[in-house]
Design a protein around this ligand. Structure first.
Ligand code: AP5
Length: 213
């Protein structure tokens, strides 16, 4: 399956994508994760991307389109993939369509995970992630077994730099200005589904599985 997960920051794309990818045996291709890895290793692309990410804005289209072009052609993506957080602008969606046409493939589902703004800032500011293995949780909604420690490897959990309240609000504004218009790009296509992202993580997961069936 070739899938796209869209939705505002904190909608639960990453949380749900991990489970869906495991169930479908496909790689989770998160432009956010790829960019954070580049920031951590201080590559030229990472240093450029950091400026935009810290400000709550979007990294330039040509950078993320280049990342996706390479990533979907890797061997582990030949049986499908889930794009988590890409495309995020109409220009990115058009580039993805052109790339898929060139590769002779297409998308099976575009899923919008819909969560009201009122829920998002709390989800983002309470998120904690493991710098060692990437595991994620929420201090209130999905707390770790031991306070501030990763359930999987025991490392000290951290808060993402862009999950401060001020930057989270800027990311949400960026979403409404630049990414929400993308819904119009996809919503007339038969592969588009809007899935309610509120309720327990299991409830959201059940709705997603139904939307993918
Ligand atoms: P990215 O990492 O993609 O961030 P995002 O889209 O803002 O999404 P998040 O990862 O913050 O949220 P999520 O929807 O995955 O939520 P999660 O599952 O973690 O991008 C970061 C930055 O990189 C961007 O700002 C931009 O600068 C740049 N970038 C990335 N892609 C780009 C692109 N294509 N173009 C340009 N720039 C790009 O859940 C959040 C929290 O909520 C967690 O703590 C979780 O435990 C909790 N939670 C999940 N589900 C529920 C639930 N049902 N109930 C209660 N809590 C829940």
């Amino acid at each position: 399956m070739r899938l796209v997960f869209m939705g505002p920051p904190g909608a639960g794309k990453g949380t749900q994508a991990r489970q869906i990818c495991e169930a479908q045996s496909i790689p989770q291709v998160s432009t956010g994760d790829i960019l954070r890895a580049a920031v951590k290793t201080k590559t030229a692309m990472g240093l450029e991307a950091k400026r935009y990410m810290d400000a709550g804005g979007l990294v330039p289209d040509e950078v993320v389109i280049g990342i996706i072009r390479d990533r979907v052609q890797e061997p582990d993506a030949q049986g499908g993939y889930l794009l988590d957080g890409f495309p995020r602008t109409v220009a990115q969606a058009e580039a993805l369509d052109a790339l898929l046409k060139e590769l002779g493939s297409g998308l099976d589902r575009v899923i919008d995970l819909a969560v009201p703004d009122a829920d998002l800032i709390g989800r983002l500011t309470g998120r904690r992630t493991c710098p060692a293995c990437g595991w994620g949780c929420h201090v209130l909604f999905a707390p770790p077994k031991t306070k501030d420690k990763c359930d999987q490897c025991g490392a000290a959990l951290i808060q993402r730099a862009d999950d401060s309240e001020a930057t989270a609000k800027k990311r949400l504004a960026t979403y409404h200005a630049q990414t929400a218009p993308l819904l119009d790009y996809y919503k007339s296509r038969p592969i588009f589904r809007s899935v309610k992202g509120v309720g327990s993580m299991d409830e959201v997961n059940k709705r997603l599985r139904e939307a993918l069936a």
